[in-house]
Write a protein that binds this ligand. Structure first.
Ligand code: ARG
Length: 464
């Protein structure tokens, strides 16, 4: 069936039909298309286009069609898109009554409504996955409140930190992703129905009540904007891109940390894969794929931006190209979040190796400089003296804590025995005792706050 054709003298070229059909992917919108059509039927009844009986038989038939398609009986036929398929099935069941539903709407406002509803649900799914991953991060952090490791800048040893502090950094990234996802969901929450093809419709639809029935909290303000706007899709993809960036950074660290050279983490075998030629291999393919799939998600955002940038108002068929990238992003990001949570939960951190690494690389040199500042030296001089002492250590292949007091005094006579106390890694970490710092008490408190926040976020979602 076609929803148009009266003015045409020729049949559509088969090839053109195949080229332009969206049915192979937009069938994912079925439950939303059904809900949107049911709300429209009620609105048509309210404004007198449909009798009560007609509206009732339409909503019932739509429910059956939805169940049928969801149940796997696709019979998608050769229709142009999912909106046509649903309507064809309606007309097959109800004849002229079904044919009345197209009044006062266009696929332009319909598809925008379907997609907004789809994305509101997709955001909720991502939020849930993010929360589960965040819980895993907190579980690992709880086990490593006293695990020392080198913190890095430029991937060079910088200052010692707690592993829990490092893990909580990822918690903060995913917390922001969750906020972005909620914000995207808030911006999707406007109902475009009643905008028609572009200018509004000639029947007095109760737009507010259609919106309310569909769970939207407001209606769009301008019909022309409403049918051509896909900002809400870009917002979703951007939120997904940021989450993917964070997953990819975590994945990169897992790849690096699981090499024998770092040996900071041991991956569970069930989350690694082997090589067809090298029998010794257990590769971090899961993390690599998370990192790899991130590029493809960025691609979907760039594709959407590029598709939108040259469109004159209002609806243009280019907009149909919004969907595949959105669907793929949903599928990929959901599985990336899930697999990351599972593999992180199963991973074991090598606390002995991490501590050893923290002892290498003179990561306590800043503490030495700070010690000299406390003895009265301006920081620039303190930095210079500490640098010279590091040089002595490098020449001898030892750590600052192994350098004899006399060598310290040769560089800075003010140095006392107590310098060795501040060079101990535990002391370095404990000294960073301010909000956001890596001191054990601060990290423990941050962990407690994160746990409370997470529980509240789970609870808010289960309340709906
Ligand atoms: N399949 C189209 C889309 O996804 C919706 C139909 C609008 N088509 C049209 N010719 N006005 O955007």
């Amino acid at each position: 069936m076609k929803l148009w054709g009266g003015r045409f003298e020729k049949e559509t070229e088969e090839f053109v039909h195949a080229f332009s059909s969206s049915l192979s992917f937009d069938h994912r919108l079925v439950p939303y298309d059904i809900a949107v059509s049911q709300a429209h039927a009620l609105a048509l009844q309210e404004c007198g286009v449909l009798s009560r009986d007609e509206a009732e038989s339409i909503t019932t038939a739509l429910r059956e069609i939805g169940d049928e398609i969801e149940g796997g009986d696709l019979d998608l036929g050769g229709d142009e898109d999912i909106h046509t398929t649903v309507e064809r099935k309606l007309v097959e069941r109800l004849g002229d009554t079904g044919a009345k539903l197209r009044a006062a709407r266009s696929r332009n406002d319909q598809v925008a409504a379907d997609l907004r509803l789809f994305l509101k649900d997709a955001c909720k799914v991502m939020e849930r996955h993010l929360l589960v991953l965040m819980r895993t991060i907190l579980e690992q952090a709880s086990m490593h409140l006293d695990t020392l490791m080198p913190g890095f800048t430029h991937l060079q040893p910088a200052q010692p930190v707690l592993l829990a502090h490092h893990l909580l950094a990822y918690f903060e990234m995913f917390r922001r992703d969750l906020e972005r996802m909620e914000e995207a969901r808030r911006l999707q929450d406007r109902c475009p129905l009643g905008s028609g093809a572009l200018a509004g419709v000639t029947f007095s639809l109760e737009r507010e009540s259609i919106a309310e029935r569909l769970g939207f909290s407001a209606v769009t303000a301008n019909s022309m904007d409403a049918v051509s706007d896909r900002d809400f899709a870009a917002d979703f993809l951007y939120a997904c891109c940021m989450a993917a960036v964070h997953l990819s950074r975590l994945a990169e660290e897992i790849v690096l940390w699981s090499t024998p050279y770092f040996a900071f983490v041991e991956l569970d075998e069930a989350y690694t894969t082997g090589s067809s030629i090298m029998p010794q291999k257990a590769n971090p393919d899961v993390a690599e794929l998370v990192r790899g799939k991130t590029g493809r998600i960025f691609g979907h955002l760039v594709a959407l931006f590029t598709m939108l940038k040259g469109l004159p108002l209002t609806y243009n068929r280019d907009l149909q190209e919004d969907k595949e990238g959105i669907f793929d992003t949903c599928d990929q990001l959901a599985s990336m979040l899930e697999v990351m949570a599972r593999s992180l939960a199963a991973a074991r951190f090598n606390v002995v190796r991490m501590k050893e690494a923290a002892e290498e690389g003179h990561a306590n040199a800043t503490d030495l400089a700070d010690y000299l500042v406390r003895k009265g030296l301006p920081f620039l001089q303190a930095h210079d003296s500490a640098g010279r002492l590091v040089r002595h250590c490098l020449d001898r292949g030892i750590g600052l804590e192994e350098l004899p007091l006399q060598d310290y005094r040769d560089v800075q006579p003010m140095v006392d025995e107590d310098v060795f106390e501040c060079l101990v890694l535990e002391a370095c970490v404990a000294a960073r005792d301010l909000p956001g710092g890596t001191a054990p008490g601060r990290v423990e408190r941050a962990l407690g706050e994160a746990k409370d926040w997470l529980e509240a976020a789970f609870a808010a979602r289960s309340r709906g």
